[in-house]
Ligand binder design. Structure first.
Ligand SMILES: Nc1nc2c(ncn2[C@@H]2O[C@H](COP(=O)(O)OP(=O)(O)OP(=O)(O)O)[C@@H](O)[C@H]2O)c(=O)[nH]1
Ligand SMILES: [Mg+2]
Length: 289
């Protein structure tokens, strides 16, 4: 897709502040979207969190392909990472699971402290990930109250905030951060498709057409069946959607509105549970990226 360059000033500020706070943090909880476990990697983490234990949480599994989610969990675990996958909205035990996994990751250190006569304090974890992946929601779920604002658009959290979410776990909420430049243009397309990049700066028709191609590759026939278009080329598909949904502007089929409608349906899970990246296409060297 056309080069997406999105690195607004607030992200650079967040990156700096996260770097400063990392010293005071025991571990990192990295959220990734289960529909795009590589594209949603926080590319700043590898350098920022050097040496700190890391828990990968795949979020939004209710929208992801269940079989592929299992493959991705296997992929990360095989690469030596601790990883869990959660539906942060409907799983009533998600808070407990994250606390349990986080404490398990720190258990050795805690035991050493106990052996040295030090009473272990609450574990301090920085929660990070790309915009809109569910960081603030995750902290609210552990805390049991909506202490932090969470909304379905990227860029909601603007400052770093500590929450004493559990007796044994302090969590630092952080603003979503993207890489200043995507090495692989596919990464930009996937992030745009699933709403991690502010739509205002994107050509939504381009995004929709890229996304149509990706879904046609991963899930052949799905779009043709869903929209009953009989069209396979992406522009024709948008025209077909405009026709079927009666999106007409000044007497013409409005493919821009069709693009917006299509992207909304994808993001809301109306096209079914889809994952846009496959674990078996990747080798495990990428795990720590
Ligand atoms: N379906 C589904 N939606 C989720 C899940 N987790 C979070 N959400 C939704 O995703 C949207 C974004 O959640 P936030 O918690 O605001 O995300 P964030 O990572 O804090 O976003 P920024 O602060 O903008 O970086 C909200 O509408 C949440 O309700 C999940 O597991 N499944
Ligand atoms: Mg947030």
């Amino acid at each position: 897709m056309a080069n997406i360059q999105w690195y607004p000033g607030h992200m650079e500020k967040a990156r700096r502040q996260m770097n400063e706070r990392l010293q005071a943090v025991d571990m990192v909880i990295e959220l990734r979207d289960a529909r795009m476990p590589l594209a949603s990697a926080n590319p700043l983490l590898a350098t920022m969190a050097q040496g700190k234990p890391r828990l990968i949480v795949l979020t939004k599994i209710d929208h992801a392909d269940p079989k592929k989610t299992q493959e991705w969990i296997g992929y990360f675990i095989a690469g030596g990472c601790r990883c869990i996958a959660l539906d942060l909205l409907k799983d009533n035990h998600c808070g407990k699971k994250i606390v349990r996994e986080s404490l398990a990751l720190m258990e050795e250190r805690r035991q050493k402290q106990i052996a040295r006569g030090i009473r272990p304090r609450a574990v301090r974890a920085m929660v990070c990930g790309i915009p809109n992946v569910g960081k603030s929601t995750l902290i609210n779920r552990i805390f049991g109250k909506n202490a932090l604002k969470a909304q379905d658009r990227p860029g909601v959290t603007r400052s770093l905030t500590w929450i004493h979410a559990d007796e044994q776990l302090d969590l630092l909420d952080t603003p979503g951060v993207l890489w200043p430049k995507f090495d692989d243009p596919k990464t930009g397309s996937i992030l745009a498709a699933l709403g991690s990049i502010n739509d205002d700066i994107l050509d939504q028709k381009m995004v929709a057409m890229d996304t149509i191609r990706m879904i046609q590759n991963g899930y052949p026939g799905l779009l043709e069946t869903t929209y009953e278009t009989g069209e396979v080329n992406p522009n024709g598909m948008l025209k077909g959607i405009a026709k079927k949904r009666n999106l007409i502007t000044s007497g013409n089929l409005d493919t821009k509105r069709a693009a917006i409608l299509f992207l909304n349906e994808l993001r809301k899970g109306k096209l079914g549970r889809l994952t846009l990246e496959d674990a078996y296409e990747e080798d495990e060297e990428n795990v720590s990226e």
